[in-house]
Design a binder for this molecule. Structure first.
Ligand SMILES: [Zn+2]
Ligand SMILES: [Zn+2]
Length: 138
């Protein structure tokens, strides 16, 4: 698998997706919401365009209002519970793909750590990447 054409799905196999284009950003997000969604210290996320994004099977959703007033929706499998991707009302053309749901997560090339202010010492960050305490540009 390459960054130009990626496939993935949930743990039980009832949901599958296909992303035709390369990701715009690749981040390690340490925010509290990503901790709770991923079950770990951070979430590894590829921000992709929703153009050509295709999914088979039906994902369940959970929506909440983020601190800056946008509606964030988590898409996950109701059968196995695997997190697949998130969407955000402010960035309607983006899909925030949970890297662990890819068929081949080795293609992930993280560029930066974000929301490091909410991270933990036991979840170390790559010193070669840039670190943002919240979001870049905020
Ligand atoms: Zn599943
Ligand atoms: Zn996050």
């Amino acid at each position: 698998m390459t960054l130009e054409t990626m496939t993935g799905g949930c743990r039980c196999g009832s949901i599958r997706y296909h992303i035709p284009g390369a990701p715009k950003f690749q981040v390690q997000c340490h925010c509290r919401q990503c901790q709770q969604t991923s079950g770990g210290g951070h979430a590894s996320i590829m921000v992709c365009s929703n153009e050509g994004f295709e999914m088979s099977g039906k994902a369940s959703t959970y929506s909440y209002t983020s601190g800056d007033g946008n509606e964030v929706t988590h898409h996950f499998c109701q059968c196995c519970g695997a997190p697949l991707f998130n969407t955000n009302s402010k960035f309607a053309k983006a899909v925030y793909v949970m890297v662990g749901s890819l068929d081949d997560p080795t293609v992930f090339e993280p560029q930066r750590h974000i929301f490091t202010g909410e991270g933990y010492d036991w979840d170390p960050k790559n010193p070669d990447l840039s670190h943002e305490i919240t979001l870049p540009g905020r």
